[in-house]
Design a protein around this ligand. Structure first.
Ligand code: G
Ligand code: G
Ligand code: MN
Ligand code: NA
Length: 254
């Protein structure tokens, strides 16, 4: 069967599940957000990672439906956590470049929030730096609309997309997520360390929160804390996990 057909079936059979990865306040250790990351639970092939089907979905346009499914599941789950008395951290959802270009995106999100009853303050949207830079004027307008709806906006994979500082100032954003490729080199590569330091200073001078992604070692964590990086995410803290496992993780960690 062709991959595209398989993916259509996966959507119809609800085989896409959402995992959640915790992101902490570096100073207090408080859980500030969990990132929604989609997985394909194939009945015969097992767990298929997003890198194996998101690019194809983006090319074929199926990403629109996958993106809506992920948004819906994430908002429904956050609302369920609310009813269970789970602390009020946000849930962040990755928007693909094609989803971000869709003019009806605010309406789609509005309807999902209305259907699930979730307040927009609980939702964060991640858009990659390169997607934002594809059409800067459009990005500024779209981000303004989304932010005015009450969502938090994060720029993902920052440092890989060649944005100029003047644009960064014009984007109505709240969070910069430093790409994990820079975090990996922090201890052994003085250039990576310098880049991360510079991004943290820049983010703070623009009053933005800065998240380090892909934090795997306590040495990296120490460096980031010393540089006043205020949020951390990575395997050292927790891997992406099912909603049920996350609930147990919260109980154990707090
Ligand atoms: O979860 P993992 O680290 O394997 O994710 C690999 C890539 O897939 C990452 O770049 C991540 O942003 C992307 N990804 C995961 N879930 C989603 C999703 O729901 N929508 C989009 N557009 N990308 C996702
Ligand atoms: O592009 P984006 O930042 O959304 O990608 C997130 C991806 O990074 C997810 O697929 C997630 O599984 C992965 N990831 C998260 N933390 C770590 C980490 O500490 N190390 C590595 N190698 N990957 C990570
Ligand atoms: Mn992301
Ligand atoms: Na990222």
């Amino acid at each position: 069967l062709q991959m595209e057909t398989m993916l259509r079936h996966a959507l119809e059979r609800n085989e896409l599940v959402v995992y959640y990865q915790p992101r902490l306040d570096a100073r207090t250790g408080k859980l500030v957000c969990v990132e929604a990351l989609v997985r394909w639970k194939h009945p015969q092939l097992g767990m298929i990672p997003p890198d194996d089907f998101i690019p194809l979905a983006e090319d074929t346009g199926l990403i629109t439906r996958i993106g809506e499914t992920v948004l819906k599941q994430a908002c429904r789950q956050r609302q369920l956590w609310n009813r269970q008395g789970v602390p009020p951290f946000r849930v962040s959802v990755n928007l693909s470049p094609r989803q971000f270009r869709q003019m009806d995106l605010p309406e789609v999100i509005h309807n999902i929030l209305a259907d699930t009853g979730l307040a927009p303050e609980y939702l964060e949207l991640e858009i990659t730096e390169s997607a934002a830079m594809q059409d800067v004027n459009y990005a500024i307008l779209m981000l303004k609309v989304l932010k005015e709806m009450g969502m938090t906006i994060a720029i993902d994979d920052f440092g890989t997309g060649y944005s100029s500082l003047s644009y960064l100032k014009r984007f109505p954003i709240d969070v910069i997520k430093v790409d994990q490729s820079f975090i990996r080199g922090i201890k052994d590569d003085s250039e990576d360390a310098a880049i991360v330091q510079a991004i943290i200073v820049l983010a703070h001078s623009l009053n933005l929160d800065v998240t380090a992604e892909g934090v795997e070692t306590s040495e990296q964590l120490e460096f980031l804390k010393n540089q006043q990086c205020n949020e951390i995410q990575g395997y050292l803290i927790g891997k992406p996990m099912s909603a049920e496992t996350l609930r147990d993780w919260i109980v154990l960690e707090n």
